[in-house]
Design a protein around this ligand. Structure first.
Ligand SMILES: NC(=O)c1ccc[n+]([C@@H]2O[C@H](COP(=O)([O-])OP(=O)(O)OC[C@H]3O[C@@H](n4cnc5c(N)ncnc54)[C@H](O)[C@@H]3O)[C@@H](O)[C@H]2O)c1
Length: 454
């Protein structure tokens, strides 16, 4: 599906006049932003991709949908073979191959490969595993590049703090930051939330957010002689030091929507305390699918309380044959709703209209490309970092079984990722299996898990 980028005027009008956009918290363009990465109206925008897996390739194809004058010029992946295959796949695709200009010398492999890719482009797509996002993000903005960065913005408090630093640099340099929280770029969410924030169901008392699905599939089978870290980075989703657990990795989308509602347009608004329950029941049963490795919980529940006493209830479960829902609900003093509809007390249910061209995966690139071309502001980094940190705070609560205050979580939340080490394929992994190759002993136990760094 080919989409054209709206005219600058069209985007500004859409951004500034869509009812409630300001209160809904979308990054709003301003007209006087200096551009650090030099791209103007008709220039070809050069893209580099870091992390050439499923979403990385998807993000490039979605970027291409904004129209012409966009080219992929470099790719980097920890595994060079994956990067080569990704480029070959794009070059075989008749719909996009004219926009792929990646000769072999601009295909980079290794843990440091991101630096080479960043040097080649104006806009950096970051779709590596979550733990690397703050590192890659910070480097890209230090080099003066615009970024599209997949969610979440890290897996621990240190990652959050680094993302805030990167946010500030981007702000100071006038760089655009687009985050893979695609709901923020979908008109249906913008309209639903602006109606809530206009008081259609009264004052918000409570939100309920869900990501309950069957278990995610284990991706990696250990190769003969493969180092531990190589295996885990391939199977990153199932190790908390790389993914942050599924509460952070996936459920952050719904948490972001809940917090968007409670925050009333403030991208730094957050709950002040989290209380949670969680564990691992299905994943530890031997010889059933999906439980072969890793150290994630398979269910979390968190009650997030805001300073005004309102609450966001969050459920994230990955167990087959259970009740499933991926959605967001709201309860107000004068009504209730779920994404798609709102029902004021005593009145008829109001439904969102059907939207055309409201694919958030594409719209995020439409909005960023237009902001870059017109030199206007788009900075998703603030709400994206906040929502990531809310997920991290929730994991600290479910892992430990303790009440977790926001300020403590931010200041001293447990560090999972080894930021102080130069990673190579021979570096010992922060999570090591027992003699039988199991990781069960590394799974958090509520009551015993220590949520804070000393
Ligand atoms: N917005 C969404 O709806 C959505 C959907 C899916 C995935 N995602 C996000 O996209 C990111 C990637 O997910 P995916 O599904 O594409 O995973 P994937 O495993 O398919 O791809 C990740 C790629 O990153 C590479 N990689 C690992 N470590 C690296 C490093 N240090 N430097 C460079 N490359 C590295 C891997 O080799 C792999 O090719 C994740 O953050 C995920 O949360 C977002």
């Amino acid at each position: 599906m080919k989409k054209t980028c709206p005219s600058r005027r069209g985007f500004l009008q859409q951004s500034l006049t869509t009812a409630g956009v300001l209160s809904a918290g979308l990054s709003v363009p301003s007209l006087s932003v200096s551009r650090a990465a030099n791209v103007s109206g008709s220039d070809v925008i050069k893209i580099a991709l870091i992390g050439t897996g499923g979403r990385g390739l998807g993000s490039v194809i979605d970027r291409f949908a904004v129209g012409d004058n966009v080219k992929l010029v470099a790719v980097a992946d920890v595994a060079e073979s994956i990067a080569r295959k990704a480029v070959a796949q794009l070059q075989k695709n008749d719909n996009v191959k004219s926009k792929v200009d990646v000769p072999p010398e601009r295909i980079f492999g290794g843990f440091d490969s991101y630096k080479n890719a960043v040097a080649e482009a104006d806009v950096i797509h970051i779709a590596s595993p979550p733990a690397f996002h703050p590192v890659h993000y910070l480097y890209a903005v230090e080099q003066g590049k615009h970024v599209f960065i997949e969610k979440p913005f890290g897996v621990d408090a240190e990652g959050y703090r680094r993302s805030l630093k990167a946010n500030k640099i981007a702000e100071e340099k006038g760089l655009t930051v687009c985050a893979g929280f695609q709901r923020r770029h979908e008109q249906k969410y913008l309209d639903w939330i602006s109606k809530i924030q206009d008081g259609f169901v009264g004052d918000v008392l409570e939100t309920r957010v869900y990501w309950n699905t069957a278990a995610a599939k284990v991706r990696g089978v250990r190769n003969e002689g493969e180092s531990e870290i190589s295996f885990q980075v391939r199977d990153w989703y199932f190790f908390n030091w790389l993914s942050g657990d599924h509460l952070v990795e996936q459920h952050c989308h719904n948490i972001d929507v809940g917090n968007w509602i409670h925050g009333k347009g403030d991208p730094s608004a957050h709950p002040v305390i989290a209380r949670g329950l969680g564990g691992r029941q299905f994943r530890k049963i031997p010889n059933v699918p999906y439980n072969e490795c890793g150290n994630l919980f398979d269910h979390h529940y968190v009650e997030y309380e805001y300073a005004d006493g309102t609450v966001m209830h969050s459920q994230s479960r990955q167990i087959p044959r259970c009740w499933n829902l991926v959605s967001e609900k709201v309860l107000g003093s004068a009504g209730r709703g779920q994404i798609g509809w709102l029902e004021p007390k005593g009145a008829e249910r109001w439904h969102l209209p059907k939207y055309k061209n409201d694919n958030g995966y594409v719209q995020e690139h439409v909005h960023q490309t237009e902001a870059i071309r017109s030199g206007t502001k788009l900075h998703d980094g603030w709400f994206a970092a906040t929502s990531t940190m809310i997920g991290i705070m929730g994991v600290l609560a479910t892992y430990s079984g303790k009440e977790i205050k926001w300020d403590d979580a931010v200041a001293k939340g447990k560090t999972f990722f080894p930021y102080d080490k130069e990673l190579t394929f021979d570096t010992p992994s922060p999570v090591m299996p027992d003699a039988d190759g199991n990781y069960e002993h590394t799974v958090a136990v509520p009551g015993l898990f220590e949520p804070f760094d000393k």
